[in-house]
Design a protein around this ligand. Sequence first.
Ligand code: GLN
Length: 193
Amino acid sequence: MKIGVLALQGSVEEHARSLRRLGVEPVAVRRAEQVRELDGLILPGGESTTLGKLMRLYEVDQAIRERTAHGMPVYGTCAGMILMAKQISGGEAPHLALIDLVVTRNASGRQVDSYERDLPVPDLGESPFKAVFIRAPYIDDVGEDVRVLADVDGTPVFAREGNFLVSSFHPELTDDDRIHEYFLNMVRSARPN
Ligand code: GLN
């Protein structure tokens, strides 16, 4: 199973560490050719405008669209979620436009820049997930095929549509690997062609 972490900018090493703890040595993805060999891809947090520009510059965006059209699962955290959303509120053009969400950038920054929450996530089992939010985007609206896996006071923060998974928080900054494990299980059952 070949898992990539987009390594143009952002929290790449933290995701790699989580994956290694689960027995997967990830590929640090910087070029389009690398995307074509993947079974699954993680888009890290960072700065979505910069990540979007670099993806276009290296034509990684096109390669991701091709692979996802053939069923490759993608998981986006924070800025990675912004890259995947079909709509960004405020009129900014979408990047990969993979998942049917409307997101607002830096939404949690209006109140406080960063915070942690013990988040109940029924799909991950009984114990809550310690979610770390850093100038996090919020999900304003979800399409009808999107399943919300967790919310904060009614605002979705973890969601899935088919082979696409997003969280507005950063599981790679904790030692809890359940979300990475959940994503690896998505990849195991997807068998992209
Ligand atoms: N605020 C960042 C953006 O809009 C995302 C923050 C993050 O990834 N921690 O790109």
